[in-house]
Write a protein that binds this ligand. Structure first.
Ligand SMILES: NC(=O)C1=CN([C@@H]2O[C@H](COP(=O)(O)OP(=O)(O)OC[C@H]3O[C@@H](n4cnc5c(N)ncnc54)[C@H](OP(=O)(O)O)[C@@H]3O)[C@@H](O)[C@H]2O)C=CC1
Ligand SMILES: CC(=O)N[C@@H](CCC(=O)OP(=O)(O)O)C(=O)O
Length: 313
């Protein structure tokens, strides 16, 4: 039997390279490789996009939309890493562990939108609590999310790694301070919230890693659970998942390091707090469960491979 053909459009970018690294040693797929000098040639890309059984789009939004329009082969399945299709009709949100039936929807879809990195952290704690009926849909949520600079792609990496860089880059920097970050639509839609959260991303002087935190007032939750109750609910929700884990109540140590899960494709949730208040933090790698690791996980599900093949737990 012939192996499924896979093409990475945008393979020379941050996300594309990381997918390539995860697929490089695989013998169960055939990777289609475009000539370096033709990687932005529309006609040549069109040939590859239509020759593949599955394509990863690791491109800026506009180029991802264009790539989809170039695909005429009805058998070509797509995993889009960009923001372009995450709330679009006809696309399945590529976060298998998040909601009942999501893994099956991904398995049978030909159009999968890979989640945004901050949205991954936010949704991993908020969506299950809404699904379980504990968090009201109209809860006034706030979230802050610490991220490594590779989340900004090649341009931001170059800025942070320039020998003569601005000394201000040494210090953590909140951004998207207009409160209109591009992940808000998927955060709201996928969680099923009535209102978008207040969301503040914070850029740090580390290459990769994320820690996304939501804080809850327990008296506003249905059934007024305490922090330990919220922990137990989330631990039960994710108990059979290999790539999403909930640590023992209160976490493994006194600090939550942004780069704790850097280099891994899994995500870890820590729940702590008191009778009155709950702290929820998701730690993961923006290039792992926040992008390329999640994309490869989705490919594995879509093609019927072992879900964690090629991934680092
Ligand atoms: N970095 C991250 O942590 C995450 C990124 N994403 C998303 O993934 C996508 C890619 O991001 P990222 O890898 O960071 O970005 P990069 O800028 O690192 O890479 C984008 C790549 O796309 C190439 N490219 C641009 N336009 C075209 C085109 N028309 N045809 C073919 N190739 C093109 C670029 O070429 P060149 O090398 O010449 O610039 C570059 O290699 C984006 O939509 C981003 O939002 C999603 C989750 C996390
Ligand atoms: C540090 C940084 O700039 N991060 C990016 C998000 C990276 C990501 O999740 O990718 P998408 O662009 O596909 O949503 C940002 O906040 O815009």
């Amino acid at each position: 039997m012939s192996k499924p053909k896979v093409y990475i459009d945008g393979k020379e970018g941050t996300t594309g390279l990381q997918i390539y690294e995860r697929l490089g040693g695989r013998e169960d797929i055939e990777l289609l490789l475009i000539d370096e000098d033709k990687r932005k040639d529309t006609e040549e890309r069109k040939k590859f996009l239509n020759a593949a059984d599955l394509v990863f789009l690791c491109l800026p939004d506009a180029a991802a939309v264009e790539a989809v329009s170039l695909i005429e082969n009805p058998k070509t399945r797509i995993i889009d890493a960009s923001t372009a299709h995450r709330t679009a009709e006809g696309w399945v949100y590529g976060f298998a562990e998040l909601l009942p039936g999501q893994r099956q929807r991904i398995k049978f879809s030909s159009r999968v939108a890979n989640p945004g990195c901050h949205a991954t952290g936010f949704l991993s704690t908020v969506a299950p609590l809404i699904e379980l009926g504990v968090l009201p849909r109209d809860y006034p949520l706030s979230c802050y999310s610490l991220t490594g600079y590779s989340g900004g792609g090649k341009k931001m990496i170059a800025e942070y790694e320039a020998p003569d860089r601005d000394p201000l880059l040494d210090s953590p920097a909140p951004y998207a301070i207009g409160l209109c970050h591009k992940h808000l639509p998927e955060m709201r839609q996928v969680a099923g919230l009535d209102f978008p959260p207040n969301f503040l991303p914070v850029l740090g002087d580390i290459y990769k890693g994320m820690a996304t935190t939501v804080m809850l007032q327990n008296h506003l939750l249905n059934g007024t659970p305490n922090a330990q109750d919220v922990h137990d609910l989330l631990a039960g929700y994710y108990q059979d998942q290999k790539l999403v884990q909930v640590t023992p109540f209160g976490g493994a140590g006194p600090r939550l390091y942004t780069s704790q899960l850097a280099g891994k494709d899994s995500l870890e949730i820590t729940v702590s707090g008191t009778q009155e208040q709950t702290l929820l933090t998701a730690q993961f790698d923006n290039l792992g469960k926040g992008a390329s690791g999640a994309a490869v996980q989705n490919m594995n599900i879509m093609m019927g491979f072992e879900e964690t093949a090629g991934l680092s737990l």
